[in-house]
Design a binder for this molecule. Structure first.
Ligand SMILES: Cc1cc2nc3c(=O)[nH]c(=O)nc-3n(C[C@H](O)[C@H](O)[C@H](O)COP(=O)(O)OP(=O)(O)OC[C@H]3O[C@@H](n4cnc5c(N)ncnc54)[C@H](O)[C@@H]3O)c2cc1C
Length: 401
């Protein structure tokens, strides 16, 4: 069995925002894939980027890190390349409002956030300093809410008092969402709890606020009444759209399957491709029965594809995939979260305890769980942020030397 990935690590995306805000180290949420699979002697792990498929010849085409091509033949193929960000046709926003999908994104955001505070400390002009101290998050889904809450905690509680030119209350975090409420998929009641929790932490929430433009100086937002305002900010984070990996479109073109608006490939009930029962597309890049792009769907479709392949070797028929919904959750701020699980709805401290239990359970490896618990004790029992390293090469405002 061969696992091919363009990175060398297995990433736990739900905790990316904690790397971006200095709570967890990169290693705590991204162990080496090779290490994770070390006990499986029949698995080889290759670091290469998949660039195409020949479904008739049954080969996967890849590019090695040094650019050389690599071709891998297969009997069964499972493609789980995930999803990236979408700027809804405005890719030019990406330069000023990077998304948060990869470990590299999270480390970059950590430098942008901490770097903005450093720049504010140096700045003599009040307006420019205010722009450095204003953080705009675009998108009020779980990712936007979690990062907004933690930037507010970081700036207004954890480290804001250690600067001399500004105080914790000068740090502004603005969360913009185009809809009527944030975390809309959780429903009214939890959405309201989330709104109140965030506002208590100091996050300003702007709903029905469509971001029309982003540049080096800030964002331009259109409100429900049609008026446009400019928010001066040097740090904008995009947490609004999702687009499936381009590999989904390649597989669709090769198999005749359809793609939906988010570029996800429509798969057969058993997650295979039409006319190619030996090829599976799973997780965030597939479209099946309106299932959401969440970790549970990815894990359960992975297990289903593996069981289908091993069942076939024993002569068994493929079965349709059945999803067991294990609910959803989002942290709001320090020791506050909301949870929706089969009619049970938790919020506040109770929600946070449920969040803690689930995340500790699903993190990969004992060492990472232990390291996360230690970091969380410092961050959530106190206000400390253990990971405050700024990557000098990416420091905002840095001129090349
Ligand atoms: C910030 C954030 C927070 C989230 N929070 C939650 C949450 O709280 N709860 C929840 O349930 N879900 C959450 N999700 C969603 C969840 O992480 C995804 O649903 C899940 O990771 C999808 O798994 P996947 O295997 O389909 O794709 P991914 O986990 O994205 O894995 C795709 C892999 O494919 C590799 N890859 C991509 N293209 C290529 C290529 N061409 N060649 C080789 N390798 C390639 C990538 O390097 C990556 O390792 C969150 C996602 C993000 C981004």
């Amino acid at each position: 069995m061969t696992v091919v990935d363009k990175t060398n690590h297995h990433l736990f995306q739900p905790l990316l925002y904690q790397v971006a805000t200095g709570i967890l180290s990169e290693g705590a949420i991204a162990p080496a894939t090779r290490d994770v699979l070390r006990r499986h002697r029949n698995v080889s792990v290759l670091m290469a980027e998949v660039t195409g498929f020949d479904l008739e010849a049954r080969v996967v085409r890849c590019r090695q890190p040094d650019g050389r091509p690599l071709t891998l033949p297969y009997d069964s193929l499972v493609v789980a390349a995930g999803a990236g960000g979408s700027y809804f046709g405005h890719d030019e926003f990406a330069e000023w409002a990077p998304g948060m999908k990869t470990l590299d994104d999270a480390v970059r955001h950590r430098t942008r956030i901490l770097g903005a505070l450093e720049m504010a400390e140096l700045e003599e002009d009040d307006d420019v300093r205010a722009a450095w101290l204003t953080f705009v998050i675009v998108g009020g889904g779980p990712t936007g809410v979690e990062i907004a809450g933690q930037i507010a905690e970081l700036g207004r509680r954890a480290i804001g008092h250690s600067f001399t030119r500004f105080g914790p209350n000068d740090v502004r975090v603005i969360l913009c969402d185009g809809g009527k409420e944030i975390l809309a998929t959780f429903g009214d009641r939890l959405s309201q709890h989330a709104t109140q929790g965030l506002e208590r932490t100091g996050v300003e929430i702007r709903t029905e606020a469509i971001v029309q433009n982003v540049d080096a100086t800030g964002v331009e937002v259109r409100s429900a009444d049609g008026s446009t305002t400019k928010i001066a900010s040097r740090t904008v984070i995009w947490a609004a759209g999702v687009a499936a990996s381009p590999l989904a479109r390649m597989l669709a073109d090769a198999s005749g399957a359809q793609c939906d608006r988010a570029g996800r490939i429509a798969v057969q009930p058993d997650c295979s491709l039409p006319g190619h029962p030996e090829v599976f597309a799973i997780g965030d890049m597939m479209s099946l029965n309106g299932l959401p792009g969440v970790a549970e769907v990815a894990m359960q479709t992975g297990i289903h594809a593996a069981r289908t392949i091993s069942g076939r070797l024993k002569g068994q028929e493929a079965k349709p995939f059945k999803y067991r919904d294990l609910g959803s959750m989002a942290t709001i701020s320090r020791r506050r979260a909301i949870v929706s699980f089969r009619g049970i709805r938790l919020h506040g401290y109770l929600g946070w305890l449920a969040w803690l239990t689930v995340h500790i359970t699903f993190m990969t490896g004992f060492k990472n769980r232990f390291a996360a618990l230690v970091s969380w004790s410092f961050a959530f029992l106190g206000h400390s942020r253990p990971q405050q390293v700024i990557d000098e090469q990416r420091m905002p405002g840095r001129t090349p030397r």
